[in-house]
Design a protein around this ligand. Structure first.
Ligand SMILES: [Zn+2]
Ligand SMILES: [Zn+2]
Length: 415
């Protein structure tokens, strides 16, 4: 049987000792025994304990040696916070405080000299007081917001030493899928290979290797709608620059930093993207997202369906092509392709080809469709990459084979 828990400290004796140690307000007294009597404010608890213990009268907060009137300034800080946050849209918030060195020392001293199993940290009490005061201050402006400990839209930190408040506006996230209808467009911007982004003759001073990216076609409309200061497009993997992304498109998450607006007209955003992208990129399924989506979208496990135009070094028969494609289904061992070995780890991957089919367009040209695990390099599955991919279409056919056009038809993740 469990032993009954006998508190080592008698709350009435503790309250008396605290109240006798120096002028202390009811709030600070009650906070040291906050675990007792639920539903009471710290002030009310302090008042009751003081009366029950027969201790001397309460000090006003301004003369309390523990808080020194800090809580009296909550309204002032709340007012500053409302000004600081200005016209940023938010529905959740959180306050934090940095204590002064004196305040830290007082907490330590109390824990040592008046240990209490019921004590609430000074910071938590103050954060709550600031949150309440902030809600009232907001209400005066006809606004409302709720505390969120996990993911507040805006977060204030009050520095008690300097009296300053800092504001951090959380990024906002949107989910969507993009279709890339033109070739030669990277997913995100690439710095020029010659000048590494500074601008030179070979990039015409732009600092970019490619004139435009999917990110640059998609992000501006989100920035304009949210009033954010910057952002990112996180793709669920990426297709080659010269490959199109067709079908239902590739999932992505747009992250916008320091947004002024968090709820935006996504249909209007899509329209603006389509207008400015002039047929190069389309977006579908836009909806509000959250930070977890970035990791989910970045998981590389999604199966992909590709369509490739393949050039063959020598004529082959339709029968030979069908046999070779059938033999391609199964496990593939693929060493990191030569063309990306300078920027990707050199290792051997095992990936599955689920389906492979195709037809001859001429004796030396074929259209091939492959459904495979994410992370498989399809160009090398066709060419063999000098034997670095096994099996491969070229060696199964016994003739050189090369992808001349690649389209991603589908990204089959659950999002
Ligand atoms: Zn106090
Ligand atoms: Zn350059």
């Amino acid at each position: 049987m469990d032993k009954p828990v006998v508190p080592a400290v008698d709350p009435i004796e503790l309250a008396f000792a605290l109240a006798s140690a120096g002028p202390i307000c009811d709030r600070c007294l009650g906070r040291r025994l906050a675990g007792l009597g639920s539903g009471l404010l710290n002030q009310e608890r302090g008042q009751a304990l003081r009366a029950a213990s027969g201790a001397s009268a309460a000090a006003h907060e301004a003369t309390c040696w523990v808080c020194q009137g800090t809580f009296l300034r909550a309204g002032e800080w709340a007012g500053k916070a409302v000004q600081l946050v200005g016209d940023h849209e938010f529905s959740t918030f959180l306050f934090g405080v940095r204590l002064t060195p004196r305040q830290e020392a007082v907490e330590e001293y109390l824990d040592e000299r008046f240990p209490s199993p019921w004590a609430e940290p000074f910071k938590r009490d103050l954060n709550r007081a600031l949150g309440k005061a902030f809600e009232w201050a907001l209400a005066e402006w006809g606004r409302a917001a709720a505390v969120d400990f996990a993911r507040p839209d805006v977060q204030f930190t009050v520095d008690l030493e300097s009296g300053r408040i800092e504001l951090v506006v959380a990024p906002v996230f949107f989910y969507g899928r993009y279709r890339k209808l033109a070739r030669g467009i990277p997913q995100t911007h690439w710095p020029c290979r010659s000048c590494h982004g500074r601008g030179c003759a070979s990039c015409g001073g732009t600092g970019k290797q490619y004139p435009i990216s999917v990110e640059e076609l998609v992000l501006p409309a989100f920035l304009a709608a949210t009033g954010g200061t910057g952002g990112h497009l996180h793709g669920a993997g990426r297709e080659d620059i010269d490959a199109r992304m067709l079908g239902r498109g590739r999932p992505f998450v747009v992250e916008v930093k320091e947004p002024r607006r968090r709820t935006i007209d996504l249909a209007a955003v899509a329209e603006e993207i389509h207008r400015s992208a002039e047929g190069k990129v389309e977006v579908l399924d836009l909806r509000p997202g959250d930070p977890d989506l970035v990791a989910q979208v970045k998981e590389e496990h999604a199966d992909k369906r590709y369509r490739a135009r393949v050039e063959l070094g020598e004529p082959v028969s339709g029968e030979a092509l069908a046999r070779a494609l059938a033999a391609l289904v199964g496990e593939v061992e693929q060493r990191t392709p030569v063309r990306v070995r300078h920027r990707r780890a050199d290792l051997v991957r095992r990936r599955r080809v689920h389906e492979a089919r195709g037809e001859l367009l001429s004796p030396t040209a074929a259209e091939v469709e492959v459904l495979c695990q994410g992370g498989l390099y399809v160009k090398e599955l066709v060419s063999g990459d000098g034997g670095a991919t096994q099996p491969n279409l070229a060696s199964l056919l016994g003739v050189p084979a090369k992808v001349v056009e690649l389209d991603v038809l589908d990204v089959l993740n659950g999002l």
